[in-house]
Design a protein around this ligand. Structure first.
Ligand code: UDX
Length: 434
């Protein structure tokens, strides 16, 4: 089978490369000439474990192609995935400009039956909107089907998530389209992946509901962490015991500095917007968004308060800039909020991240970028762990203590044992523990 993937962003590229790995012939399209030139050489524009190998292997074996020619890609494909961005507008709603543009291009270039699939997270109703756009812009009558097939990839483990998903969701109107999609995902059938086959609107909503629920779980435990601090309880133990209840589950119950990234913040806001437009109140999702903001503010205030509100001229070292480990993505990263707030208070900042420093330099060119955690610690008055990269879990804390000027240690991902850090003479601050 030949398929086309329109848009070589995160979702598009991972999807294209992984389908090629399944043995499908994939053409990935993007209008960015520079990007396509690099991808043809196997150069990936972002950091994702395992992806480069798959791209290079499938390029070599001619199952994966990159092009700027959308017409050719559509012509030779039975299935066309729309995987372009749906960035948030100022009011939180998803901007569907690129999706609409691609739908028009597909209509112009469609000469035979195609299955048009949305892979990006799109508001409920987008599938039907695409159908109307294509119908309106077809040059001659051609049959086609619309399918919603949301992705659930996590950055940092996207390849693994694609190859071994918890489920595949397919929303479609015709048996033919369902059969083609099942055929495409055949390797996953063989490993007994559950398939949820439903209508388009339900499938579109599944993605938003899933991400909003995950965000709610995180915000819930983060609010409990504040209460733990107030009553002298331990949030890690609370979360562990809650998670052992099979009805709750242990995942996404780690208290920290809040969720970031390209999905949870954007999708929760978009879902609230979709509901508002339909006159439906989603008070829980709204509260999850607000609690996430409060958690960032609450923890950042801990740093400022530790300096008796006078952090001007003090040196704060920050470990971790990406919104989570194993990615260079800093979108909506809590680290950006901390840096912005502390810079406003005229603190001096030294930072280190194993992958996300280049991206951060574009936003904060004037802070000090260090080559490792120990250079960050040198002469710092305070050290803040923002992202739980593995290499921050086993630092030589005694060495850090000796290098530092002050003794303030903020562990905003709860990765250290409080007693051990305190024994070394630090004032230790964490999230919902004592
Ligand atoms: C998420 C969804 O998990 C994925 O299914 C969807 O396709 C895209 O959005 P991603 O944004 O890559 O994936 O990251 P994820 O691992 O879900 O983490 C999101 C944020 O929540 C991170 O900032 C992380 O630090 C935070 N988080 C996660 C917590 O604070 N506590 C937790 O227990 C789990």
């Amino acid at each position: 089978m030949h398929i086309a993937i329109i848009g070589t962003g995160y979702v598009g590229l991972v999807t294209g490369a992984c389908f090629a790995e399944f043995g499908v012939f994939v053409t990935c399209v993007d209008k960015d000439h520079e990007k396509i030139k690099k991808l043809k050489k196997g150069i990936i524009p972002f950091f994702e474990p395992g992806l480069e190998d798959i791209v290079k292997r499938n390029l070599k074996e001619n199952r994966l192609k990159f092009t700027t020619r959308i017409d050719e890609a559509i012509n030779e494909s039975l299935v066309v995935f729309i995987a372009v961005g749906t960035p948030p507008r100022g009011d939180g709603s998803a901007n569907l400009e690129y999706v609409e543009e691609v739908a028009k291009e597909i209509a112009k270039n469609m000469k035979s039956y195609k299955v048009i699939v949305t892979k990006s997270t799109v508001p409920v109703g987008t599938g039907l909107m695409i159908k109307e756009i294509i119908k309106k812009n077809l040059e001659k009558p051609v049959e086609f089907d619309i399918v919603s097939n949301p992705e659930f990839l996590r950055e940092g483990s996207a390849v693994e998530d694609f190859m071994r998903p918890n489920r595949v969701v397919i929303g479609a109107e015709s048996e033919q389209a369902i059969a083609i999609m099942k055929d495409l995902y055949r390797p996953l059938y063989l490993i007994e992946t559950p398939f949820v086959i439903t209508d388009i609107a339900t499938s579109e909503l599944i993605k938003y509901a899933t991400n909003s629920f995950l965000a709610t779980k995180i915000s819930f435990i983060n609010e409990i962490s504040a209460l733990c601090e107030a009553v002298g309880a331990n949030v890690n133990t609370v979360a562990k015991a809650m998670g052992l209840d099979g009805r709750i589950g242990s995942k996404f119950l780690h208290a920290g500095i809040g969720f970031g990234g390209s999905c949870l913040p954007k999708d929760t806001m978009a879902l609230v917007k979709i509901a508002e437009e339909k006159g439906v109140e989603l008070s829980i999702v709204k509260a999850a968004i607000e609690a996430n903001q409060r958690q960032k503010e609450r923890l950042t205030a801990k740093i400022i308060n530790a300096f008796d509100n006078n952090i001007q001229g003090k040196t704060v070292g920050i470990l971790g800039l990406s919104f989570k480990p194993n990615t260079d993505d800093i979108r909506e990263s809590p680290a950006l909020y901390i840096i912005h707030t502390l810079l406003n208070k005229k603190a001096l900042l030294k930072v280190y991240d194993p992958a996300a420093m280049e991206n951060t330099k574009n936003i904060f060119p004037d802070i000090i970028y260090c080559s490792d955690p120990y250079s960050v610690a040198k002469n710092a008055d305070a050290l803040v762990i923002v992202t739980e990269w593995n290499q921050f879990r086993n630092l030589d804390i005694e060495k850090i203590k000796n290098l530092m000027n002050g003794n303030l240690f903020f562990d905003f991902r709860n990765i250290y044992d409080p007693q051990k850090i305190k024994q070394l003479g630090f004032k230790y601050f964490c999230v919902g523990r004592y």
